[in-house]
Design a protein around this ligand. Structure first.
Ligand SMILES: NC(=O)C1=CN([C@@H]2O[C@H](COP(=O)(O)OP(=O)(O)OC[C@H]3O[C@@H](n4cnc5c(N)ncnc54)[C@H](OP(=O)(O)O)[C@@H]3O)[C@@H](O)[C@H]2O)C=CC1
Ligand SMILES: CC(=O)[C@@H](O)[C@H](O)COP(=O)(O)O
Ligand SMILES: [Mn+2]
Length: 402
């Protein structure tokens, strides 16, 4: 991988790392804070940003006392201020401009990009532009702008450390192996709550069933993406950008136990696997401590207790989103932007009861069919296309299925 090079963090191993956590109130953000609580001497939190959950953000702020906080809107900033401990008055920034400022603060070395969806794009690009080490959970940034992120890293020597469990596993399994040795990489999918079911039985699935992930505790959007397997489609694109692998050399196997996170297949046919308990504190700790290992304080993986480890080919009939993502990536750089925006609207519409579960792949597919390729060479062009697609797909969700 081009992006992951010698970290200059290595030259200051005993200094606390200065962090900005974008999305601190989410599942990844709170898991990161759990890891940091166990190693307080190793980190100094300079900025914490959430969106609407000012109760939790205030709690986190009163505990970690960062100099800066970020929220979605100005009105939320005044509410947040009232919840802060007396005598503690950090600067509170709001909206996309505020978030991008937090991601580019001069005294921040590491930015954890853990906002959900396209909202994570601008802070991620800004952190890259300022040459930060970016702990990247927000896979949507790479789906939307992998080409810009790569170019930015080359220009500024910013470093991306993959937080997403499969990509973190690949990063570890690939270390020390040259491109000439590799055949392909495999990321695993749990299959989600509906693995093994036929497409026809999925039409009536309700949000609470789709949110019930069998192995991982995660935010709502990624949980629905796991249930449709769009998550794995987005992850194929993510792996392509992170590791510079052609799309047809990045594969998916369904592994319902989520113990093996990724595998590397070499040109001699042999396979190296990365295994670990399914808890995001594991890859987050790996990134926070990199290049040293940091103990996340979890129960170590007990292989003797893993009586079954199964691997299966995905079922494209029941989970068409996986193939939609592959096709989008192959069709040109504006297609993944359309797919991501369409999918965000579909997930929100499914969660609020406006469309059924299998309308998610149907409407995503329709959005891709309607799309005429367009330039996505700048953040502005990407955000314009994202916006237009959201408007169009908001109309599609109102039309009766058929
Ligand atoms: N959860 C997981 O295990 C994994 C997650 N990821 C990726 O990490 C990212 C975060 O996922 P997860 O933690 O599950 O998500 P959550 O929904 O749990 O958290 C999302 C975070 O983003 C904030 N947020 C929501 N909307 C906006 C917005 N419009 N602008 C700015 N911030 C916003 C939320 O703030 P608030 O709550 O205050 O409103 C919250 O802090 C996603 O890209 C996901 O794909 C990748 C691998 C695993
Ligand atoms: C924890 C993590 O990295 C998620 O992306 C996870 O992989 C989701 O589970 P699925 O494998 O079901 O998509
Ligand atoms: Mn993942």
């Amino acid at each position: 991988m081009q992006y992951i090079s010698d970290l200059d963090l290595q030259s200051r191993p005993d200094q606390p790392r200065h962090l900005a956590i974008m999305g601190s109130t989410g599942s990844i953000g709170t898991s990161a804070l759990k890891v940091i609580r166990q190693h307080p001497e190793k980190f100094r939190i300079i900025a914490l940003a959430g969106a609407r959950n000012i109760e939790l953000l205030a709690e986190q702020a009163n505990e970690f006392r960062p100099q800066y906080l970020g929220v979605l809107e100005k009105d939320l900033a005044s509410g947040l201020k009232k919840k802060l401990a007396s005598g503690y008055s950090p600067e509170i920034l709001a909206g996309t401009e505020g978030y991008t400022r937090l991601a580019s603060l001069q005294n921040v070395q590491m930015v954890l990009s853990a906002m959900v969806g396209a909202a994570g794009l601008m802070p991620t690009l800004e952190a890259v532009d300022k040459g930060k080490t970016v702990l990247l959970a927000n896979k949507e940034s790479l789906v939307l702008a992998g080409h810009l992120i790569r170019a930015g890293c080359e220009r500024t020597r910013a470093v991306i450390l993959p937080v997403d469990s499969e990509h973190n596993a690949l990063f570890q399994a690939l270390q020390g192996h040259g491109a000439g040795e590799l055949d392909s990489v495999i990321i695993t999918a749990s299959g989600g709550p509906f693995w093994g079911r036929k497409a026809s039985s999925l039409e009536d699935m309700k949000p609470e069933q789709a949110l019930a992930h069998p192995n991982w505790s995660m935010g709502a959007k990624i949980s629905i993406d796991s249930a449709t397997m769009m998550n794995k489609g987005l992850e194929l694109i993510e792996a392509h950008h992170l590791f510079g692998m052609p799309m047809d050399k990045v594969r998916v196997l369904v592994h319902p136990q989520s113990i093996v996170h990724a595998l590397v297949q070499f040109c001699d046919g042999s396979i190296l696997a990365h295994m670990g308990v399914p808890d995001m504190q594991m890859p987050i700790a790996h990134c926070l401590g990199y290049p040293r290992r940091l103990d996340p304080g979890l129960e170590p993986l007990d292989l003797a207790a893993c009586t079954e480890l199964g691997f299966y080919r995905p079922d494209p009939g029941a989970f068409p989103c996986l193939e939609l993502a592959v096709e989008a990536m192959k069709s040109g750089p504006s297609y993944p932007v359309v797919l991501n925006a369409a999918n965000e609207i579909c997930v929100e519409s499914f969660l609020t009861g406006r469309i059924g579960f299998m309308d998610i792949p149907r409407i995503n597919s329709r959005a891709l069919e309607e799309h005429c390729p367009t330039a996505v060479d700048s953040p502005r062009e990407i955000l314009n296309l994202d916006h237009q697609t959201r408007q169009r797909v908001s109309e599609l969700v109102l039309q009766p299925a058929g």
